[in-house]
Design a protein around this ligand. Structure first.
Ligand code: F6R
Length: 604
């Protein structure tokens, strides 16, 4: 989602801002812009589309100045046009923003009688207008920003720059993260530490409600109560901020291929001695029920884990998408553990759902990939999934590491509740320990999957089928296919086929069936036969035993290694990811930054 950077430098800042924005490209955006203050005057350059358009503009129309702010915009209010691109300006103030100002219409009405009218479709411009209004009332920039922020409803990260102020940026955080970077006589602001990595590894994260007054001498931070706040400076590990494709064509393939390694890291941390090892605070004997909430791919990892928690640990488990959960306002019974899963840890709906559960659930545990994120900080316990930075908008390694942690949690739950013996736990953990090797075997099928994808690319639509936990795999496969290749894709629990979707079956609809040779195999194969009886075009993804039983009549087949209840959904995720990746390659879509998508969805 929108990216923010700001620099108070020694030298010209425009190239530094553009480079920092480049490091935020992974968040997804549709326009970009920068503003500087030079010889006291504010100036802006903005361009629609990729950052290269802004760089080209700056070649022909450079922007001087040693102080500046920049932004990559993911449109919410108003189309992706230059006019609506940030920074937004009004008189002596310019601002960049991530989030949504919910009361912008009311503020516009309030400001209109004072001769301030909006010239864009955005909510953000209202912030600049409001701040300009307070400056016109005689307030200095500090007081004007405080007064402005006090009047805003919604979730936001804001960064202001002022006419005549070449040594001042003001940053405000409410709902969207912001990091302050400390340099040598220079200061920086960024949506995350990644943007600031080449400039500094000394970072201060703002807390909810903080306003930071940044000059080259440092940052003065006030908290939500207006009190001076002492926020720690942290050294960021450079490894955590390396953004590099490591020889791969796309971040997505790099991240797909990293899965065996990052899964091993998660296993070493959370099952170092052949049994799950979580902090003592996570005592499953306290809970009679689990509620899991997430969005998108995280939701599908929860859906997979529902099968594990219920079948292995015998604990009732409810799963919901965060945007429904938060407004459904479900009753949360005593002795409930609430689990929130989020790669970024900043997803607005998941955070709101977590806040709803606070004070109702007995314990809130989050699974996050960003330890400093809002979701991590607001949980009773945050478990790092240890996937390493995930740059590709489409989540891959975060998904399989979420599954790894959830599988271990299901085992810990069963063990602590006395329904799974220590021996059974050891067997399951050893199954999980074998997964990185199974993943490597699955990755060797890359070329074969590419061939399958080339055949699939002309399709208008694809249907994915699976039973049990493989239903969740089918859903994740359909999501990956949609977001990467823009081909319509749906997933069904294969037993549901005859209750409607079977009407879709004809030779033009590719049907991909996930069916490891397990206790549900025969049932899934019966559904597959129903598809083939109607001249459906079936790709069967199974193992050697499955192929020997049921390959007749299928058009494509993929042989994965033999898997078990826990390893299956993790291993089968890889061909699902590669199938979507290669279909997108065949169609020539933007793989790492698919259209309309953002990496960190910080708006509702
Ligand atoms: C799909 C994808 C999204 C995210 C979703 C939640 O590939 O990445 O569906 O899973 O936006 O994001 P997080 O996990 O950051 O809360």
């Amino acid at each position: 989602m929108c990216g923010i950077v700001g620099v108070l430098g020694h030298n010209q800042v425009a190239p530094i801002l553009v480079e920092a924005l480049r490091r935020l490209e992974y968040r997804g955006y549709d326009s970009a812009g920068i503003a500087t203050v030079n010889k006291g005057a504010l100036e802006r350059r903005r361009a629609v589309g990729k950052l290269v358009n802004l760089s080209d503009l700056l070649v022909h129309n450079p922007l001087a100045g040693h102080a500046g702010i920049g932004h990559t915009r993911w449109a919410t209010h108003g189309a992706a046009t230059e006019h609506n691109a940030h920074p937004h300006a009004c008189g002596p103030v310019t601002v960049v923003h991530n989030g949504i100002i919910e009361n912008f219409r009311a503020l516009r009405e309030k400001l209109a009688p004072h001769g301030l009218s909006a010239s864009t479709d955005t909510d953000t411009e209202t912030v600049a207008m409001l701040c300009a209004y307070h400056l016109a009332q005689g307030l200095d920039p500090e007081a004007a920003v405080k007064a402005t922020v006090a009047e805003l409803d919604g979730a936001f990260a804001l960064l202001f720059l002022f006419e005549g102020q070449e040594d001042l940026m003001i940053a405000a955080r409410k709902g969207s993260p912001l990091a302050i970077g400390h340099g040598d006589g220079e200061m920086y602001v960024g949506s995350d530490a990644i943007a600031l990595a080449p400039m500094t590894d000394q970072i201060t994260y703002l807390e909810e409600g903080d306003i930071a007054f940044v000059t080259r001498a440092g940052a003065k931070i006030i908290d939500v109560n207006g009190q001076l706040a002492n926020r720690a400076k942290q050294k960021i590990e450079t490894q955590a901020t390396v953004i590099d494709k490591a020889g791969h064509k796309h971040f997505m393939t790099k991240e797909i291929y990293e899965q065996p390694v990052v899964m091993s890291e998660a296993l070493s941390r959370y099952a170092p001695n052949g049994a799950p090892a979580f902090p003592e605070a996570l005592d499953f004997s306290r809970f009679d029920r689990i509620v899991m909430v997430a969005c998108g791919t995280g939701y599908y990892s929860c859906l997979t884990a529902k099968y594990w928690f219920e079948q292995i640990a015998r604990i009732p488990c409810e799963v919901d998408v965060a945007s429904e959960f938060r407004y459904r306002e479900p009753p949360i019974a005593p002795r409930t553990l609430a689990i929130f899963v989020s790669q970024s840890g900043e997803t607005a709906d998941t955070l709101a759902a977590l806040r709803y559960a606070q004070g109702k659930a007995d314990m809130i545990v989050s699974l996050v990939n960003v330890g400093t994120s809002s979701i991590a900080r607001e949980s009773d316990l945050a478990l790092a999934i240890l996937a390493g930075i995930e740059v590709s908008v489409a989540s891959t390694k975060a998904y399989t590491n979420q599954l790894t942690l959830l599988a271990l949690m299901a085992l810990a739950c069963g063990q602590q509740k006395g329904v799974v013996s220590d021996e059974q736990v050891a067997t399951y953990v050893s199954e999980l320990r074998g997964v990185p090797d199974l993943m490597r075997q699955a990755l060797k099928l890359d070329a074969q999957i590419a061939d399958m994808a080339n055949a699939l690319a002309p399709a208008q639509s694809v249907l994915f089928l699976g039973r049990g936990a493989m239903f969740a795999t089918a859903l994740e496969a359909a999501l990956k296919m949609k977001e990467l290749s823009y081909i319509h894709a749906e997933a069904y629990a294969s037993g549901e086929l005859k209750h409607g979707p079977i009407a879709l079956i004809d030779p033009t609809l590719p049907v991909v069936v996930f069916a490891p040779f397990d206790r549900l195999f025969d049932k899934t194969v019966s559904n597959m036969q129903e598809v083939m009886a109607r001249h459906g075009n079936v790709t069967l993804i199974t193992d050697a035993k499955g192929l020997s039983e049921a390959s007749a009549g299928t058009q494509n087949r993929l042989e994965l290694p033999i898997t078990g209840d826990l390893s299956g959904p993790i291993v089968y995720a890889l061909p699902a990811q590669l199938l979507a990746y290669h279909t997108a390659m065949a169609k020539g879509t933007d793989i790492d930054q698919p259209r309309n998508l953002a990496k960190s969805v910080t708006v509702e």
